[in-house]
Ligand binder design. Structure first.
Ligand code: MTE
Ligand code: MO
Length: 322
């Protein structure tokens, strides 16, 4: 029996095919939506500044990572008005409309479990870390895809500060539970809080990112402020938003969509065009921002990151471990 209650979102839009658009043309200064990108230095690791098109606080001194350099970002407006975030409402536009409810201060993240130095870190201190290790990443989501110029820190370098031990086989993440700040939690649509998990080697992979901003500004509420996960080779639901707890575990953690419909949503949720969702194909997806409805494109294995991440799954049956 399915337990989808929210009426507005089609199941096919909860999780669907991502794609990594592996286009390598250089971004010229003055991109779509008025964002400026200054490329400097011959190193290939360019100093870049996005003049954020939103109204949020700017994040200065950005350094662009090599990943995704040259991909043209989706318009800021599309990235921030077409969201899934049940805590802020049940419809693609609802999270943007309800984002004001999500107060992001005070905010802290508790890191616990199988590690030598568990602790609580205030978001202001996490933002300062971010200033030491500033990178850009791009990512896309599901039935629709987007290219997002994220600002954040590699998840692995954050986790290492807490010295995970040999029993740390997985990492579990939890979203804030607070019906005041998360009005969607007033309805028991899912077993709050939203939860996600990664295997430790996935979490340590340099492509896994803890994002604090996008388009050079602090994250808007609807995109998971003040801190969210970005796992570019996985379906969108793995990228948990508004994180307050990170726990190293020996056992595979529960993840929300797997708990709701385990036959449809696996623990790994790697983007894989050859493994259809039980109720729809995952071979193609819609590219947001191309025409009114977006044009369709083929979805790639691991969202186009096979070169980077396939080795994490060597010897695994990806149909069984979907
Ligand atoms: N806490 C929380 N995180 C969440 C969700 C959610 O409902 N609650 N939705 C997930 C789903 S299904 C998707 S597709 C992505 C969407 O991310 P975006 O809105 O930034 O594109 O967030 C994921 N993270
Ligand atoms: Mo999703």
């Amino acid at each position: 029996m399915r337990t989808y209650r929210p009426g507005q979102i089609k199941p096919s839009e909860i999780t669907n095919q991502d794609i990594w658009l592996k286009r390598r043309q250089l971004i010229k200064a003055g991109m779509a939506a008025g964002a400026g990108l200054l490329l400097g230095g011959a190193s290939g690791l360019a100093a870049a500044v996005y003049a954020g098109p939103g109204k949020n606080q700017k994040i200065a001194l950005l350094k662009e990572s090599d990943y995704g350099a040259g991909m043209e970002p989706t318009r800021y407006k599309s990235i921030t008005t077409y969201n899934n975030f049940y805590e802020l409402g049940y419809g693609k536009r609802a999270p943007a409309e309800n984002a004001d409810a999500l107060k992001t201060r005070p905010w802290s993240v508790k890191v616990s479990g199988e590690c030598a130095r568990p602790g609580v870190m205030d978001i202001e201190d996490i933002m300062k870390l971010d200033q030491e290790e500033r990178i850009y990443r791009f990512r896309c989501v599901e039935a629709w895809s987007m290219v997002v110029p994220w600002v954040g820190i590699p998840l692995g370098s954050f986790l290492k500060r807490f010295e995970p031990g040999s029993k740390a086989k997985y990492v579990e993440f939890e979203t804030l539970y607070d019906p005041e700040r998360m009005p969607g939690q007033r309805r028991e649509v899912i077993d709050w809080p939203y939860r996600e998990g990664l295997r430790i080697d996935e979490a340590m992979h340099p492509l896994a990112l803890l994002a604090t901003g996008l388009y050079g500004e602090v994250l808007p509420g609807q995109n998971g402020a003040p801190l969210r996960l970005v796992v570019p080779w996985k379906y969108g639901f793995k990228s948990i938003k508004s994180i307050v707890s990170i726990r190293f575990t020996e056992e595979q953690p529960i993840n929300t969509w797997n708990a709701i419909a385990g036959d449809e949503y696996g623990f790994f949720a790697n983007v894989n065009p050859k493994v259809p969702h039980p109720r729809w194909s995952q071979r193609r997806h819609r590219v947001l921002g191309r025409g009114i409805f977006g044009s369709k494109e083929d979805t790639l294995l691991f969202n186009g990151y096979a070169e980077d991440v396939a080795s994490l799954y060597s010897g695994m049956d990806l149909r069984k471990n979907f």
